[in-house]
Design a protein around this ligand. Structure first.
Ligand SMILES: [Zn+2]
Length: 402
């Protein structure tokens, strides 16, 4: 059969009438194993991986490596990374935001990202985007969305509408998100960097309120992603049963990144809470003192057995939605992860953290046909992820970003 075209495809292409396609003569990494599989062929049918095996025929993928499509565990589809201030975002017309979101979604799949978890917006526009992508109306990654984050009065991202003075009000915020059809809850357990008057070091809710909010969300079938910079907020979220700790910056009472809390690190590992450190490509520019602090914390967390997911907080200033592939080598260096460990964080581990373990993040019969084709050896060099040759998102083919 024909060789794969390396050039950009103009539009997503459903492969055949029955959505049947096969790729052969490729090197395959399954999202989990230490090495490549013995298999060299993948058969895709109706958006799913039908078969993984040897010499099954299909398009010749000589020189290409196939791996699961990447997962970014923390993005904000509504945010324009070219904007510097909250006021600029809030002044945007919803239709302009919708158009930009659709362009971001296309750029993401072309960049190899086939699943992303959206951790906040104010008007549920990201849920609308999710539904349009799911319906096949527009191309984009599978999205899991949190809607309005639960926050304290005047707290981090209060302008998105999720303010709550106490646990009872927070439960009402959760109910409002559930009515809109969110996939999970985002809880601002501490203040944040980009909200004036909010302090990253400070917890926004005490232990009792945090525990009540997380327990309530779970009764509604919703897991909680907790935004945590300061150590007390990390503690509250971990003990409350949050599924992922976003940022996990270990900011101390002096407002600076302090050392990790060893007892709490052990608890994170024991409870199997995932850490989502939101390392974007820009972290490569930070100074040595910062890098040493971050690396020391990662080393301790890794040694204790903590689990990580790859995430970028895309949408914040200068962090583009399609740049996870640029962030992964920086994450690997700061966290002292091997390429295969890093890739697991962006595939199978992330899928497990997001509750998609049977669906995404793996190359396995029955899983969604979310596949990233690259030239070269990603288990030796993460930089090859930057230039996808072909991406499949739920069985649809997308050409390279060009
Ligand atoms: Zn965020």
């Amino acid at each position: 059969m024909a060789r794969l075209a390396a050039g950009p495809l103009s539009a997503p292409r459903l492969l055949t009438r029955r959505g049947l396609a096969a790729y052969t003569n490729a090197r395959i990494w399954d999202g989990v194993a230490e090495r490549y599989l013995d298999a060299n062929s993948i058969v895709v049918e109706e958006g799913k991986i039908a078969q993984v095996g040897r010499d099954l025929g299909g398009e010749d993928c000589a020189g290409l490596t196939v791996l699961p499509g990447l997962i970014d565990a923390h993005v904000h589809m509504v945010l324009d990374p070219a904007m510097r201030t909250v006021a600029e975002h809030l002044a945007e017309e919803p239709d302009a935001v919708r158009r930009k979101m659709a362009a971001r979604a296309l750029a993401m799949v072309r960049g190899g990202i086939t699943t992303a978890r959206d951790l906040g917006g104010g008007q549920w526009l990201e849920l609308e985007l999710r539904d349009r992508i799911d319906a096949g109306e527009i191309p984009g990654p599978r999205l899991l969305c949190a809607g309005q984050p639960v926050t304290s009065v005047g707290g981090h991202c209060h302008f998105w509408g999720g303010e709550a003075a106490d646990a009872a009000q927070a439960e009402a915020v959760v109910e409002r998100q559930r009515a809109r059809g969110v996939d999970l809850v985002k809880l601002m357990a501490t203040g944040g960097m980009q909200t004036p008057g909010s302090q990253p070091k400070d917890a926004q809710f005490d232990q009792a309120a945090t525990s009540a909010i997380v327990a309530f969300a779970k009764t509604r079938g919703l897991e909680v992603a907790a935004h945590c910079h300061g150590t007390p907020g990390i503690r509250h979220a971990v003990r409350a049963g949050a599924r992922t700790i976003e940022h996990c910056s270990w900011i101390g009472q002096d407002g600076r990144r302090g050392p990790y809390d060893a007892q709490l690190v052990a608890e994170i590992a024991r409870r199997e809470v995932w850490i989502s450190p939101t390392v974007n490509a820009g972290w490569a520019r930070f100074g040595k003192a910062f890098a040493n602090n971050v690396t020391g914390n990662f080393r301790a967390m890794k040694t204790a057995g903590c689990r990580f997911v790859a995430s970028t907080d895309a949408g914040i200033p200068n962090v583009r939605h399609h740049d996870l592939a640029l962030a992964l080598p920086v994450f690997a260096r700061l966290a002292e992860l091997s390429p295969v460990e890093t890739l697991r964080c962006a595939t199978s581990e992330a899928a497990a953290a997001l509750g998609l373990g049977e669906v995404a993040g793996v190359v396995r019969a029955g899983a969604s046909a979310d596949l990233l084709f690259v030239r070269g050896d990603p288990l030796a060099n993460l930089d090859v992820l930057r230039q996808p040759v072909l991406v499949l998102a739920r069985g649809r083919e997308y050409g390279a970003a060009g």
